[in-house]
Design a protein around this ligand. Structure first.
Ligand SMILES: [Fe+2]
Ligand SMILES: [Fe+2]
Length: 255
């Protein structure tokens, strides 16, 4: 399947599965007294982190505007990430931790100046590497929101995080297929690059650049909560298993 055909496939799937923020989430029924207090701060931070897409999509549109299959996808993707940001902002407010507009603006400035764009694994990444990193981010958020939904304790939040997590798994599925397609064009060399990148990613201290943007103590608290719920282990297992699937393409080139 060619890249533009993959975009058509995922555009159709996206239209079929898209939920409605006003109708599918019972905002009026949210009961803040039921919400797990340990998750208040992590939910607020998750809402802010979703707005990182304002920055990274702007850069992505600039860098890849000659690839319609990718820009078309990214437009869909940005629309959905923005809804995640806005839905979680509303939810955070409803359970007692409002988010000020100035905090969202500050996040944009912080992200632009962060190591994320300068000296982390993202700097200098080519398209294949960039897509692998985007795929990992989707897996991370998918797992994290699935766990947040299970542990938030407040039924509207459980529903909302389930919907958002499913979106993130959908986003990851697109990147997974595109990456498999790219590997099939030059299996050994491309798989080797991906394997190297993923091993670097495992060692990269990403908390440093998130810490710069969000505040080190705040982000450490979020990481600890995620780890306590088992997110890190689950993410590692999924990445390892998908890497194994890509390795299978080297054994059977042209698949
Ligand atoms: Fe998202
Ligand atoms: Fe996503």
């Amino acid at each position: 399947m060619q890249y533009y055909d993959l975009y058509r496939k995922y555009h159709a799937l996206g239209e079929e599965r898209r939920w409605c923020l006003e109708k599918d989430v019972a905002w009026a029924d949210i009961d803040p007294a039921l919400a797990n207090r340990d998750l208040l701060q992590p939910i607020k931070i998750a809402a802010l982190v979703e707005s990182f897409s304002y920055q990274n999509c702007a850069r992505f549109f600039q860098a890849h505007r000659h690839l319609p299959w990718l820009i078309g996808w990214k437009v869909m993707n940005l629309y959905e990430e923005n809804r995640h940001h806005y839905a979680m902002l509303r939810y955070s407010e409803a359970i007692g931790l409002p988010i000020e507009e100035r905090e969202i603006v500050a996040i944009q400035h912080g992200y632009q100046n962060s190591a994320d764009l300068q000296d982390s694994v993202w700097a200098g990444a080519d398209l294949l590497e960039e897509l692998v990193l985007a795929w990992i981010s989707e897996i991370e958020t998918a797992v994290w929101y699935r766990l947040a939904g299970r542990h938030v304790g407040e039924p509207v939040g459980t529903r909302l995080f389930g919907l958002i997590s499913a979106d993130e798994f959908f986003h990851a599925a697109y990147y997974h297929e595109v990456i498999a397609r790219m590997i099939a064009e030059d299996p050994e060399a491309r798989f080797a690059r991906i394997a190297t990148l993923i091993s670097r990613y495992g060692k990269d201290d990403r908390d440093d650049h998130y810490g710069v943007v969000i505040g080190r103590d705040v982000f450490a608290e979020v990481r600890n909560t995620m780890a306590r719920l088992g997110a890190a282990d689950e993410i590692r297992q999924i990445v390892k298993s998908r890497l194994g699937a890509w390795q299978g393409l080297v054994a059977a080139p042209g698949v």
